[in-house]
Design a protein around this ligand. Structure first.
Ligand code: NAI
Ligand code: 15L
Length: 265
């Protein structure tokens, strides 16, 4: 597992991983719709649209694993989600199949299960309950991953990322926060593990408030080491006032669950 394709390399997490994975593998092929900084040693840079099947087919050539972060990362019009996330992820799996790429890390999201209540503890077998069309597209990606593993043996870790930012931005993120270092360790475990199979992993740090149970994927050997507790006294966390009956507080998906249909806005 030495030649890695990283999609979404121009985004928030893509930029972090570009920096943190530098030098760890023989090749990091970086791709995004937006222009990227020029390639450094051990890197290749390819600008392309994930909806362009031919371009994505070429993108995967010669790679051992794909870290698929690219796509629309929040709620948007169905058209945008369809092209970037649904067609884009299908193109990634078809490219993996035809180019012989054996392993994918799919950046799924907590919004695939965002309509579960916060007092419900979820494990890898929890039902998909998307809270948005964005969440629906992540559920579709997980189903694609399941299908390509069962039919073609392409391994995937579907990582239902919570909130991966420098620090939590609100009270909800005290439970959902995933530090950049824990994310990087998880990506490396998925790339380096002897066996991944089909795995659903919740991407959260070792936070005091926790809604998710990763015991079914303990075989991957990933143990988050950071905790949001260090931010408990941050003014953003202390000052935020929340109504416990607000759907944005009741459901795991927060504001995504509470929002109306994007196309109506
Ligand atoms: P981001 O929005 O910063 O980055 C996504 C990147 O994908 C952007 O650089 C964008 O240009 C690229 N992209 C969008 N449409 C594309 C297309 N049609 N073709 C090629 N590239 C395209 O998002 P972020 O925060 O870096 O997240 C990365 C991935 O992780 C996303 O798939 C997101 O859904 C997922 N995720 C992130 C979370 C977070 O807390 N940061 C939480 C849950 C999931
Ligand atoms: C996501 O899926 C988004 O990509 C990210 O921007 C955050 O909104 C995150 O979920 C979250 O739930 O905090």
């Amino acid at each position: 597992m030495t030649r890695i394709l990283l999609t979404g390399a121009g985004g928030g997490l893509g930029k972090v991983l570009r920096q943190k994975l530098a030098g760890s593998y023989e090749l990091l092929r970086l791709s995004d719709l937006v222009e990227l900084d020029p390639a450094q040693a051990g890197e290749e840079v390819v600008q392309c649209d994930l909806a362009d099947a031919e371009a994505v087919m070429a993108l995967a050539e010669g790679c051992d694993a794909i870290v698929h972060l690219g796509g629309m990362s929040v709620e948007n019009s169905f058209d945008t989600i369809l092209n970037a996330n649904i067609c884009g992820t299908y193109n990634i799996y078809e490219a993996a199949r035809k180019q012989g790429v054996g392993r994918v890390l799919f950046a799924s999201s907590n919004h695939a299960i965002g309509f579960h209540k916060r007092e419900t503890r979820l494990d890898a077998s929890a039902a998909l309950r998307p809270d948005s069309m964005y969440g629906v597209s992540k559920g579709f990606g997980e189903l694609l991953a399941r299908y390509y593993f069962d039919k073609y043996g392409i391994e995937t870790a579907c990582v239902r990322i919570g909130s991966s930012f420098e620090k939590p931005r609100n009270r909800r993120m005290m439970a959902t926060w995933l530090s950049f270092d824990d994310l990087t360790r998880l990506v490396k475990r998925v790339v380096d593990a002897d066996r991944v199979g089909f795995a659903v992993v919740y991407g959260a740090s070792d936070n005091e408030e926790s809604w998710w149970d990763n015991s079914e994927t303990a075989y991957l050997g990933w143990q988050p080491q950071d905790s949001s507790a260090q931010f408990a006294n941050d003014p953003v966390i202390i000052e935020e006032v929340t109504d416990p009956t607000d759907p944005a507080v009741v459901y795991q998906g927060g504001a995504f669950a509470a929002a109306g249909h994007f196309e109506d806005d």
